[in-house]
Ligand binder design. Structure first.
Ligand code: NAD
Length: 394
């Protein structure tokens, strides 16, 4: 069986799906590894380093003809058009956000496996949890970006030229990325506070050094599968209003809030930004074309407001640390492949909960329960939940 790695095509994407270290493990499992020439350049892995590890360096058409094609993101239109029936594609395909891609892959007869759909709470899925590995990197980098943009120190410094007080950092959303942002800001010496709508995150946030903020106006909003549920309009407005006072008391605010299958919730309004002190910094990890956690943030840009607040649209952070992100991603995708390969061949079994979670299209059909057309409902069946995304997809 031939497994290939293609060069990523998304603008600014520097990660690669396999690093040389993981090539040997796949070869030991009886798999031939093909690497598109230049695929590792962005992460400083040369063609030679892959060849030394046992991979064959090939052209893009040869890589796209392999039995299994590995990638970090999703295939662009030109790539999808070259795929053929019976091939397998594995990547972070974001199928919930791109139903057109899913339809195209199904129509082409391509079997698509999406790492971001892995059932993360299954213990055996943890080595394959690319959302967590990449969120860890993003949280770390967000704290560094906040520190670099801030015009003062993070730690308390006592010098002959005076004493610098430590920066006050607030992290909103304490999932995987938020916890890593807290730990990193703490290691830099900042005083860190944190808030999340899921009260059970308090102990985790405290264990990495944050003081947890509880809002009195919004109750717990834990949803299914360890995620947050979307807030109602009333809850959202109460939350924004109460957060405004806390935000104004901090120098650097890092936002990481997400709700599965939804656009990121708005946590920092224009009014909240206006209340902040000149020189303060906001790092919006939720920044996207649809809007982020912060009013007015633009992905990939730093906007300085009239009152002197830097609002950083910090999307795509894992790609800014391509060596670390690729190494972790390569271990995640290799763990999935090794789980699926028996006697050198890929065998799929959708009665296995883990596999059913990641298989999006198969044999010309969209098979994932959160994407396949719903069975017709009888009048006795309840309506679907608010987010409409089953646990396995979160
Ligand atoms: P995420 O990226 O979906 O969301 C980030 C955080 O934003 C979450 O903590 C969420 O509660 C918070 N949030 C959402 N709306 C908010 C709002 N309006 N205000 C404030 N905060 C808001 O989350 P994630 O980092 O991918 O993971 C979330 C959960 O999944 C965590 O409990 C994590 O421990 C769990 N998880 C479990 C496993 C496992 O069991 N192996 C693996 C990975 C993650």
């Amino acid at each position: 069986m031939k497994v290939s790695v293609v060069k990523e095509t998304a603008p600014g994407e520097r990660r690669v799906a396999l690093v040389p270290e993981t090539v040997g493990k796949l070869r030991a499992a009886g798999v031939d590894v093909l690497v598109e020439s230049g695929a590792g350049d962005g992460a400083w892995h040369t063609d030679d380093s892959y060849a030394v590890a046992g991979a064959s360096i090939v052209s893009r058409p040869e890589a796209l003809a392999a039995d299994v094609v590995l990638m970090v993101g999703k295939p662009d239109e030109a790539t999808t058009a070259r795929l053929r029936a019976g091939q397998v594609v594995i990547g972070l395909l974001a199928p919930l956000a791109d139903p057109g891609l899913v339809r195209a892959l199904a129509a082409a007869g391509v079997t698509a496996l999406s790492l971001d759909m892995i059932p993360r709470t299954l213990p055996r899925a943890q080595p394959m949890d690319a959302l967590s590995s990449q969120a860890n990197i993003a949280g770390y980098k967000a704290a560094l970006i906040g520190a670099a943009e801030f015009g003062r120190f993070f730690p308390m410094l006592i010098t002959a030229a005076g004493t610098a007080r430590p920066a006050k950092v607030l992290v909103l959303g304490t999932g995987v990325a938020g916890l890593q942002a807290i730990g990193t800001a703490r290691r830099l010496g900042a005083l860190v506070s944190a808030y999340d709508v899921r009260p059970e995150t308090r102990t985790e946030a405290e264990s990495v050094g944050a003081t947890f903020i509880e809002l009195t106006s919004v109750g717990p909003a834990s949803g299914d599968g360890g995620y947050a549920r979307a807030l109602t309009d009333d809850e959202r407005m109460a939350q924004q209003l109460e957060l405004t006072g806390h935000i104004a008391r901090h120098d650097v605010v890092i936002t990481t809030a997400q709700v599965p299958g939804r656009r990121p919730p708005l946590l920092i309004t224009d009014d909240a930004v206006k209340e902040m002190t000149a020189g303060s910094v906001i790092v919006d990890m939720g920044a996207s074309a649809l809007g982020g956690n912060v009013a007015g943030s633009v992905p990939g840009q730093t906007i300085v407001t009239e009152n002197g607040i830097s609002v950083i649209g910090a999307s795509g952070l894992p790609s800014t640390m391509p060596a670390a992100a690729s190494a972790m991603y390569a271990r995640n995708i290799s763990a999935l492949l090794l789980y699926l390969v028996k006697d050198g061949e890929l065998t799929l079994d959708d009665s296995d909960e883990l596999q059913a979670g990641v298989i999006v299209t198969r044999d010309g059909a969209i098979v994932h329960p959160s994407l396949a057309p719903p069975e017709p409902k009888t009048s006795l069946e309840p309506e679907e939940g608010a987010a409409g995304v089953p646990d396995a997809a979160r």
